[in-house]
Design a protein around this ligand. Sequence first.
Ligand code: GLR
Length: 316
Amino acid sequence: MAQYTPQELANRLKDGLLSFPATAFDAELNIDEKKFREHLAWQSSYDVAGLFAAGGTGEGFSLTPEESASVIRMAVEEAGSKVPVLASAGGTTAQAVENARAAEAAGAEGILLLPPYLTECDQAGLAAYADAVARATKLGVIVYNRANARYDADTVAGLADRHENFIGFKDGVGDIEHTTKVYAKNGDRLFYLGGLPTAETFALPLLQLGMSTYSSAMFNFVPEFALEFYRDVRNQDRVAVNEKLNRFVLPYIDIRDRVKGYGVSIVKGGLKAVGRDAGGVRPPLQDLTERDLADLAALIESAAVRPAVAAVPHGA
Ligand SMILES: O=C([O-])C(=O)C[C@H](O)[C@@H](O)C(=O)[O-]
């Protein structure tokens, strides 16, 4: 049974940093439960507003529905008493409905609806996709505006009218005109979160467009830095944000941009570099090359962003 109503969940999520934990894999790329639980325990020891398991950075798109449900269960068990756990849903409409129901049964507090699988779709179809998921669960639902799933302001407003449990709009497209229209039309009925790759890069300007928070992939391996960055953004401290962009975020995205799909791989590279190896990524993603990993490790040192807290073994 969820601890938060959808509105309580939205109120909590909108004013803190959002964690998107990587899913740990073993050498055969099966889920490494022990390492994943250790990672969840560590991540949830920090002051974040929500933990989204099996999201993009958690390679939700590479998990079977059964694996996704078990990842959510582990997240609820390890972190649910400290921070609300949200689950991803996506793929076919039927699978997204199944993901949402399984997440609710596993004790999740909310759903992030990923884009539908592969096919193109227009507004009425997208609305039907999100309707099916919002109807299938009592949990709060956030849509992820990205790739083939571009929800117009009117489509978002229709979802908000039809479903009390529709609570949020996450943007991974970065079209300023579109974001402005969605926010102007829907205002405080929803909360808004940034979800562009390496969301820190855009966090300060997007605050002006109504995005009070964002999904931080780098929080996985440099949590203190990511939290300080978020504090600077919310304080609108342009000088501090620029200093952190120049010191770490911008050189980091230079490495990320060397290979398509590195947005996730570089997070696992970062975990390796700080001594918290969560294994490799599943295809079609590729692990960082040795040179890219060495460059990332050198950047973490030169930028002085290595996490302060030592690894705590699971169960300690
Ligand atoms: O589902 C996810 O992991 C994302 O939203 C993508 C990333 O977290 C993105 O915001 C980032 O790379 O910081």
